[in-house]
Design a binder for this molecule. Structure first.
Ligand code: PRP
Ligand code: MG
Length: 210
């Protein structure tokens, strides 16, 4: 049997973008990738096997080589800081990391900043020379300033609906975010033919869509 390319795919709202991109690249993905409880989906006719991952775990699977390739948001790459190759900017799931707060927010000494991305938040304020206390949350982070848990938050903004509906404002943009194709360092060399072919096809689809 040929050596399959193991590809870690994040679960969740990004899946529809990945389906479209692979379709446009002439590699339609298995239908059951998003609506099944099965986490290993073979696609031997494509020479691939898909591993369905929580988005934040994709760089971990790729660093440890249990997946050769993965699709990970730049947000997750910044937070996890894993030793992987970033091969392509897929240009999908476009959003931004921002500092967000209440409109009447006032600077305080040693403010509390809530985030699902504590490393990103800590690094951002450290580089600005501002001392903050970072509080790690696991979701619905926009609640934190409303209930008095934090002075500000660091979170993703896509349409802006969530901050608007919660009466919050974007104070500073930290970084633009898109999804990336990433590779394990050893797989990149050992399976270079297959990796390069996947990259070329995706790149053509990205160029055609631009
Ligand atoms: C993400 C993000 C923001 C929202 C941004 O949350 O953390 O809250 O989406 O999107 P918008 O600007 O289009 O409203 P998500 O719904 O993924 O859930 P979570 O934060 O609870 O994990
Ligand atoms: Mg959220």
């Amino acid at each position: 049997m040929q050596d399959l390319l193991k590809v870690a795919i994040p679960k969740g709202r990004i899946v529809k973008h990945i389906h479209r991109l692979f379709q446009e690249a002439g590699m339609p993905l298995p239908e059951d990738l998003d609506d099944s409880r099965k986490f290993i989906i073979p696609a031997h006719e494509m020479g691939m096997e898909f591993i369905v991952a929580k988005p934040a775990d994709v760089p971990t699977y790729v660093e440890y080589g249990v997946a050769d390739i993965g699709i990970a948001g730049k947000d997750v790459m910044m937070e996890e800081n894993r030793n992987v190759y970033e091969l392509l900017d897929l240009g999908i799931a476009r959003c931004r990391f921002s500092v967000i707060g209440l409109p009447d927010w006032k600077p305080v000494l040693n403010p509390r900043v809530a985030s699902k991305f504590p490393n990103v938040a800590s690094q951002y304020f450290r580089e600005k020379g501002q001392q903050v206390e970072v509080i790690k949350l696991n979701g619905n982070v926009e609640l934190a300033p409303l209930i008095g848990l934090a002075d500000r938050i660091v979170d993703l903004v896509e349409t802006g609906n969530t901050i608007r509906e919660n009466g919050l404002v974007e104070l500073e943009k930290i970084a633009d975010i898109t999804s990336r194709l990433v590779a394990n360092r050893v797989s990149y060399r050992m399976k270079n033919g297959a990796v390069q072919q996947l990259c070329d096809r995706l790149q053509s689809a990205i160029n055609a869509a631009a």
